[in-house]
Ligand binder design. Structure first.
Ligand SMILES: [Zn+2]
Ligand SMILES: [Zn+2]
Length: 440
């Protein structure tokens, strides 16, 4: 049996792991990697236009083999984003949870919308999204099914977002675990990953934070809440820039848990995603309190309301979609909102180097409509992670006791340091680069 790394080899983004057995080819995830849209002005030279074009979105390597099945771990773009492309020529069965398909459909349609807006060629079209939906088979948590004559598949809750799973594929007498993205600690919304896991032969694991340990979740939540309170208690406004899937819902739950007393608005794709989260209670700690928190929010769907909210004298909290300030409704607020030094913008997610969010944190400036703006409001970064840190990764390793570990979904320096720790435990380990193929 062989493994081919099609993406997320010593990088984060465009996950794609192909398992080639004697009888079939099975793929874990097929995501997209987004590159920063705006470049620093000093880099503007002749080759720039070409470069932006080339790096707009990066797909995993193409699959030349006949593909029998695809297993999708969760709906985040770096895992699900390119799945419809697999239906250009092939028609593989698609195994996933119902919540994952619903959330993925949101993102796939959004990819088409953004490409149209940016005047770029999308990686797939509407028909291919339809074919992916037709090929879908839902699995429930802890249910084992035969996905072919040769292989069995079981899903366990990964605790990362609604619908996210750890997969165990049993084929050719081996148990292969693919973590996707996985969360350990209980959060306001999620339970953390299912510890009731069997031992496996091969562990293919995310390594996002393989070289560090997080601050405790509780401390981060308190830090975030005190930043928010400080501003609204002084009568001003807070924008929480958040990824649409998971972070937006986690913030809605958190503001309710700490009984924040100000109107809460939600803008962008996070609205639809929140409804999907509320439809799938099996992934949540407490559906009732999430629904109650959701009922407290007001949804913003047009630009007039955005302007009205900014111009009211009262304090307000706006949770708006834009993880790294690369686009989305947050951009519609920033010019006006950013002029008031008493307002506060809080970035709640990881900021990739070179993105608008990263630029804002380092220089106080960002691009809006391709023009560089100085932002005068207060800017904070409190990233509440939904991934395992090093200590938690080793907790997982201790539970499933793999004979071999394959480290993916982490940058090369992080993975190198993670592997040093794995070596101390004397477990065979590999960190493939994109394009590598080897026996497992
Ligand atoms: Zn994820
Ligand atoms: Zn990921």
């Amino acid at each position: 049996m062989k493994l081919k790394c099609l993406g997320a080899g010593q990088e984060v983004g465009r996950s794609g792991i192909l398992i080639k057995t004697d009888n079939e080819n099975i793929l874990f995830d097929y995501g997209l990697k987004l590159h920063p849209k705006f470049k620093n002005q000093k880099n503007k030279n002749l080759s720039e236009k070409y470069k932006i074009e080339e790096e707009y979105t990066e797909e995993p390597l193409k699959i030349k083999e006949h593909l029998d099945a695809v297993i999708l771990s969760h709906a985040h773009l770096d895992h699900s984003g390119d799945i419809p492309s697999l239906y250009k020529k092939g028609d593989p069965n698609l195994f996933l949870t119902e919540a994952t398909l619903e959330l993925s459909n949101l993102l796939w349609l959004d990819t088409l919308k953004i490409a149209k807006y940016d005047d770029k060629e999308p990686p797939f079209n509407k028909d291919e999204i339809k074919f992916a939906n037709k090929a879908a088979f839902y699995l429930n948590l802890r249910e084992t099914i035969e996905i072919s004559k040769y292989s069995r598949l079981t899903f366990y809750d990964a605790g990362h977002i609604s619908g996210s799973v750890i997969s165990i594929l049993e084929t050719e007498g081996k148990k292969i675990m693919y973590t996707g993205d996985i969360r350990s600690e209980k959060s306001t919304l999620f339970k953390g990953f299912d510890r009731n896991l069997p031992q496996v032969d091969i562990l293919i694991t995310e390594s996002t934070y393989g070289n560090k340990n997080h601050k405790s979740r509780e401390n981060l939540e308190k830090e975030l809440i005190s930043e928010i309170k400080e501003t609204i208690e002084n009568g001003h406004k807070v924008i929480l820039a958040a990824f649409a899937i998971e972070r937006t819902q986690e913030l809605i739950a958190l503001l309710d848990k700490y009984k924040i007393n100000a109107p809460i608005y939600v803008d962008g794709m996070g609205i639809k995603a929140s409804r999907i989260f509320a439809d799938h209670k099996e992934y949540l700690n407490d559906l009732k309190s999430f629904k109650k928190a959701l009922d407290r929010t007001e949804l913003i769907t047009n630009h007039r309301t955005r302007k009205d909210i900014l111009r009211t004298p009262e304090p307000a909290i706006i949770i708006t979609t834009a993880g790294m300030l690369e686009g989305g409704p947050v951009m519609l607020y920033l010019k006006e909102f950013g002029n008031n030094k008493d307002n506060k913008l809080i970035l709640t997610g990881y900021q990739v180097d070179g993105t608008n969010g990263d630029r804002l944190l380092k220089t106080g400036k960002l691009y809006i409509d391709k023009e560089l703006y100085k932002i005068n409001c207060q800017i904070k970064h409190v990233s509440i992670s939904a991934h395992l840190d090093q200590k938690e990764l080793f907790e997982l390793i201790d539970i499933v006791k793999p004979k071999k570990i394959i480290c993916v979904h982490g940058d090369s320096k992080t993975i190198e340091e993670f592997r040093k720790e794995i070596n101390k435990k004397k477990i065979e380990n590999i960190a493939p680069k994109v394009g590598d193929i080897f026996d497992i």
